[in-house]
Each structure stands twice: as C-alpha cells, then as structure tokens.
Design a protein around this ligand. Structure first.
Ligand SMILES: NC(=O)c1ccc[n+]([C@@H]2O[C@H](COP(=O)([O-])OP(=O)(O)OC[C@H]3O[C@@H](n4cnc5c(N)ncnc54)[C@H](OP(=O)(O)O)[C@@H]3O)[C@@H](O)[C@H]2O)c1
Length: 241
C-alpha cells in the first residue's frame, strides 16, 4: 500500500498507460481522480468508491482550473499529479500545418503546464507533492516523421527539470517518465509493418507493457522516491540512448 489514502489525479485515463496507472494506484491504496476527454471511457470506475471521474479536455485551461478546484474543495489536498494525456500524429517535414502543431502542443505541453501550475499552487500550501509528466524516448533521441510530437516530448523534459528546480524548495518533487515503445492504441496506430520493424531492433524483443510504465509511476508517486526530483526515468528496452 505505497499510496495509501493519497489523493492522485491522472489525465488521459480512459485507456492505455493512463488506465494502467489508475489501476496500479488503486492497488496501492490511492484515491484517484481519473480524467479523459472521451465521454464513457471511464465508466468502468462508475461504482468504484475510490475513483472520481472527470471528463474534460486538458487543453482547455478553464476546465483544468475547475478540476483542480473541485479536488481542493472535496479533499482539501492533492498529493500526486500525473500528466499522462497525450496525442501523436506523424507528419513529414514540409507537410506540417500550423494547426497540427498547435493541436499537439495544446494537449501535450500546454495542458501539462496548466495542470502543473494549478497543482503546484495546492501542493505549495501543503509543502508536499509529486508531479509526474509523461515524456517519450523520442523527446531525447528524435524520430523521423515526428518533428512536432518529439518537440512536445523534449519540451516535457525541459519543463520537468525547470519545475523541479523551482518547486523543490517548496517540498514538491517533479519527474518525468520517458517510455520506449509500449503496447497501447497509440503505439499500434503506427501499423503492423512499422511495429514489427521496430520490435526487431529492441534487444528484449518485445513491446513494453502498460503495467511496466504504471509501476514506474507508483515509484515516482510514492515515498520510495523521496530523494528523486528532476529525473527523466527511461522505461525503455531499445538501448537507443
Ligand atoms: N504508448 C507508447 O509507446 C508511448 C511512448 C512514449 C510516450 N507515451 C506517452 O504516454 C502517454 C499515454 O500514451 P498512450 O499510449 O496510453 O496513449 P493512448 O492509448 O492514445 O491513450 C491516451 C488517452 O488520453 C486521452 N487524451 C488525449 N488527449 C486528451 C486531452 N486533451 N484531454 C484528456 N484526455 C486526452 C485519449 O483520448 P482519445 O482517445 O480521445 O485521444 C486516450 O484515452 C502520452 O502522453 C504519450 O505521448 C506513450
């Protein structure tokens, strides 16, 4: 019970890594505010007394504010924020529209920065808290066809380190996880041929499991990582870096 009675917020929890993170947090005794923009995707938690469902788009700054205010009102504290919601659209250099850039940055970076700031205000008043941002291995290595996506994930690394420096003296830890290729709908969207090619270059010979990211999140959320901040935890078997 590493997270017993901890109040946690997880964005993008309707499927994939977000859902695995919610499940792992619940197993560790947490009370979870689960968010997704897809109405209906969180109904599996409708009867779970330890889950509060919040449907909204994290790129909507008004909705972000309402969500953190609701948690403050209902629980009076926020122990863990997981900025997991993210989108990925591939496009080659020369074909990328401004609208696509703005759409991906709005969710992956602006949503993260809005929620980080709102959560930090609450956590500063408690002088405690752990913030976990989902980056990606491509934010470190780059990847052809992912100019925008990799830039958003590189931004997550930079903002995580800055926030860790600024918020450390206020008792708040800020870390990021940089997953390799994990078996979710997002990863499957690249298509079977590409997927098999990538898997053939992974020394462990397989995709990661969502639970393997969730376990890293439990570590960073819990007191097991009490002396870890500003860290980018690569959960990746591709040995690219
Ligand atoms: N899977 C991987 O291999 C991998 C690798 C590196 C990093 N990551 C990162 O890990 C995170 C989770 O990825 P995943 O593979 O679990 O993706 P996923 O399978 O596509 O699931 C993401 C969930 O987040 C929701 N979401 C997207 N934009 C949102 C928004 N603006 N507001 C609220 N919810 C939103 C999605 O809803 P919709 O279905 O409506 O979009 C979906 O339910 C992302 O940040 C991703 O970049 C994943």
């Amino acid at each position: 019970m590493l997270l017993k009675d901890k109040i946690c917020f997880v964005s993008g929890a309707g499927k994939g890594l977000g859902r695995a993170i919610v499940e792992a947090f619940l197993r560790e005794g947490a009370i979870v505010y689960a968010n997704d923009r897809e109405i209906g995707s969180l109904e599996i938690y409708a009867d779970n007394p330890n889950v509060e469902i919040m449907y909204f788009d994290v790129s909507d700054s008004y909705a972000d504010k309402e969500a953190i205010l609701r948690i403050k009102k209902e629980k009076g504290c926020l122990d863990v924020l997981v900025n997991n919601a993210g989108i990925m659209t591939d496009a080659l250099i020369g074909t990328i529209s401004r609208a696509l850039m703005e759409e991906i940055f709005a969710t992956n970076v602006f949503g993260t920065m809005e929620l980080l700031q709102l959560a930090a205000k609450q956590m500063i008043s408690q002088h405690s808290g752990s913030i976990i941002n989902l980056s990606s291995i491509v934010g470190i290595t780059g990847n052809p066809g992912q100019l925008v996506y990799s830039a958003t994930k590189g931004a997550i690394i930079a903002l995580t380190k800055t926030a860790a420096k600024e918020l450390g003296p206020r008792g708040i830890r800020v870390n990021a996880i940089a997953p390799g290729m994990i078996d979710t709908d997002m990863m499957r969207s690249i298509g079977d041929i590409h997927l098999q090619h990538h898997i053939s270059n992974i020394p462990l010979g397989r995709l990661g499991r969502p639970t393997e990211i969730a376990e890293a999140c439990v570590y960073l959320a819990s007191d097991m990582s009490s002396y870890v901040t500003g860290h980018i935890l690569q959960v990746d078997a591709s040995v690219l870096v």
